[in-house]
Design a protein around this ligand. Structure first.
Ligand code: ZN
Length: 279
């Protein structure tokens, strides 16, 4: 089964623009904000003009791939650029539900390329200026041949079910009243299942069993891949890690707190728990 966070229309990534396309989409970023056509109603549209047509001089541009009949490109701007009538830069997260879902996903791919370019301008081995490879999505050092690929940080996120309750926790940074599932980055050398068990034990001192994969979700804030699991409580009493959390508890479906938005896989894991009680 495909992830509900996958593109609905196939996307062919590549390094050179495809010839048989009817239009272009430009994912143009100023810092982490995406250029969109200003909305006359609730929905906004991605830019279809290239930076030159808009009088912009991007720091870099890169081909992203072909989506349906559109060639997709990414571009990053510096601080100085002219005003763009009828257009605006918007924080990517704020565009969830406003942009078409697939375009939002593609923007997530694009912003990760932007971050990677910005953070890998110099070779990590010898300090020389890196240059784009035109044969693959990579940057290469002309001095020592070190190759840098886009950075991707795998993170596990998991529901823990105990009879008719789900384990939810809140971090101090969460909006008031909101609780979510636990999550954390995978450490070098461990399996995903080991990461799931370790994170749960580190954060709430609970042991779990029956770790089952559910779905994955690219999370471009800034470069995570969330890998979602469900698991079953095995033993222990909740004792929270005060560095990470301010509260955690077992919640039945009748007494759920404020939940995360549907933008995230945490909500999918919680909704899967809720569905068990659908009549
Ligand atoms: Zn080098």
């Amino acid at each position: 089964m495909n992830s509900p966070f996958a593109l609905r229309t196939p996307f062919v990534s590549g390094v050179h623009p495809h010839e048989s396309t009817t239009c272009s989409w430009w994912f143009i970023f100023e810092k982490s904000r995406l250029l969109v056509q200003s909305p006359e109603n609730e929905s906004v549209a991605i830019c279809t003009k290239d930076p030159e047509q808009l009088g912009l001089q991007p720091i870099f541009t890169r081909y992203l791939g072909k989506y349906a009949t559109a060639n997709c490109f990414v571009a990053a701007l510096g601080d100085d650029h002219p005003e763009l009538p009828g257009m605006e830069f918007r924080d990517l997260r704020s565009l969830f539900g406003t942009l078409d879902d697939d375009i939002f996903c593609l923007a997530g791919r694009a912003i990760q390329i932007v971050h990677w370019h910005r953070e890998h301008r110099f070779c990590g081995k010898c300090g020389s200026i890196m240059v784009d490879r035109r044969t693959e999505l990579a940057r290469k050092c002309p001095n020592c041949n070190f190759i840098s690929y886009p950075r991707l940080s795998p993170a596990v996120i998991m529901s823990v079910i105990r009879d008719d309750s789900i384990l939810l926790a809140r971090a101090p940074r969460f909006p008031a009243g909101m609780y979510s599932t636990l999550a954390g980055f995978v450490e070098p050398g461990e399996t995903l299942e080991e990461a799931v068990s370790r994170e749960v034990f580190e954060e709430v001192a609970i042991s779990i069993s029956n770790v089952q994969y559910v779905a994955s979700q690219p999370w471009p804030f800034p470069h995570s891949l969330m890998i979602g699991f469900t698991s079953t409580y095995a033993s222990g009493d909740i004792r929270i890690d005060n560095q990470e959390l301010e509260d955690a508890g077992w919640f039945s479906v009748a007494e759920l707190p404020v939940l995360p938005s549907k933008i995230s896989i945490s909500r999918l894991l919680i909704d899967n728990f809720i569905k068990r009680f659908d009549t």
